[in-house]
Design a protein around this ligand. Structure first.
Ligand code: AMP
Ligand code: AMP
Length: 343
């Protein structure tokens, strides 16, 4: 049996690093955290990293990549990888990488991810090709907008043009999508799919805590209008939720369909595996409209470093998504199938 002692687990110090490294240590791996200078404190205070490598900027990641290769370190990608390196650069990673790299391009490109979700039979908010077609509440999202920052709402073509003016000087302002705004409650579903077991697991749920969307209800409608407050969606944190149990069969169904469809995506051979998240809104008729998919660990899982109500049902021991990743890798190493967790 090959031993996990020959391997290390590494990730970038942001997003879900604490949880990933803690989970790896719990499974017996040595861990490395790659940090930006000046942002090391949490990774020293919480004893999850056996080794900290400091770089000036995450963009310098490739300068230290060889040392990771020399140490037989397996990279666990998370939201900051794609945000700071970009899907193109992630593709060039030569060190061992957990997950199918090609899938990140399907996730990052709104047109591609829409096709993937539609093929999986999932309901999506309507897209308006031009502002002139707007006939209901819509949300305008700029391409590459990070964590909901810079989105705005409109009801009519006139309102769109008025509000859009404020973005005219912003870089990339002409690259946006106009999406039907679904009134309902946001629910982010955290899944895990293992190629070793061939099984889809439901890990947990969260909803996002966004500024100022989640505080606007504290201000009377009249004051909102008088003071001219506009809704914004800058992600700041996450809030735990559990779902009505009768919705769980549907949750499994769409998760399974997304995994199955991913196996047909061009350039993402091998399909989706590991942690992923479907992000959407339940309307009052309990229709679930999905506006995004993340093909990697999402930060909402940070709520459950000690496990979620659902992982408790399955594992009877603390099982975070970070730890589940490490267990997948451990199972692969110990059964000589490491290629099944790398991509
Ligand atoms: P950060 O390293 O915090 O800048 O995060 C990288 C990217 O991950 C951000 O651009 C966000 O889109 C996303 N992200 C970070 N934290 C969260 C969170 N708590 N919930 C949802 N998305 C997040
Ligand atoms: P996203 O960056 O696509 O995950 O969206 C950020 C936030 O905007 C979400 O957490 C929701 O609060 C909100 N949002 C995005 N798209 C929609 C939509 N079509 N309908 C309602 N709310 C949305």
């Amino acid at each position: 049996m090959t031993s996990i002692k020959n391997y290390k687990i590494v990730t970038l110090g942001s997003h879900t690093a604490l949880q990933i490294l803690k989970g790896a240590k719990d499974e017996g791996f040595a861990t490395i955290c790659v940090c930006e200078k000046g942002r090391v404190r949490p990774y020293k205070s919480f004893p999850v990293a056996d080794q900290i490598i400091e770089i000036d900027s995450f963009k310098d990641f490739f300068k230290i990549e060889q040392s990771l290769i020399d140490q037989n370190a397996i990279i666990i990608p998370h939201g900051s990888f794609v945000a700071y390196l970009g899907p193109d650069k992630v593709k060039n990673i030569k060190a061992m990488h957990y997950g199918t790299k090609g899938i990140l391009e399907w996730e990052a490109d709104r047109t591609k991810s829409r096709k993937w979700l539609l093929d999986a039979g999932i309901k999506l908010p309507k897209i308006f090709k031009t502002p002139e077609e707007i006939d209901r509440p819509v949300i305008i999202k700029f391409h590459g907008a990070r964590g909901g920052k810079g989105y705005f709402l409109a009801n009519t073509p006139k309102e769109f043009h008025e509000r859009y003016k404020a973005y005219k000087d912003v870089e990339g302002h002409s690259d946006y999508v106009i999406q039907e705004y679904i009134v309902g409650v946001p629910v982010y579903i955290h899944y895990f799919y293992s190629r070793l077991t061939g099984e889809l697991e439901l890990m947990s749920f969260d909803k996002r805590y966004e500024s100022n969307a989640d505080s606007i209800g504290r201000v009377a409608a009249k004051d909102q209008v008088d003071v001219g407050i506009r809704t914004t969606y800058t992600i700041t944190g996450n809030v735990p939720i559990v779902l009505r149990e009768s919705l769980l069969p549907y949750v499994f169904e769409i998760g399974e369909s997304v995994v199955k469809t991913s196996q047909t995506l061009k350039g993402a051979e091998g399909g989706l595996f590991g942690p992923f998240c479907i992000e959407g809104v339940f309307d009052p008729e309990l229709n679930y409209f999905v506006f995004e998919i993340s093909a990697r660990i999402v930060a909402g899982t940070n709520l459950y470093t000690d496990g979620s109500p659902y992982t408790w049902l399955r594992y009877n021991e603390p099982m975070s998504t970070g730890r589940r990743i490490a267990r997948d890798i451990k199972m692969a190493i110990e059964s000589n199938q490491i290629e099944k967790v790398l991509g």
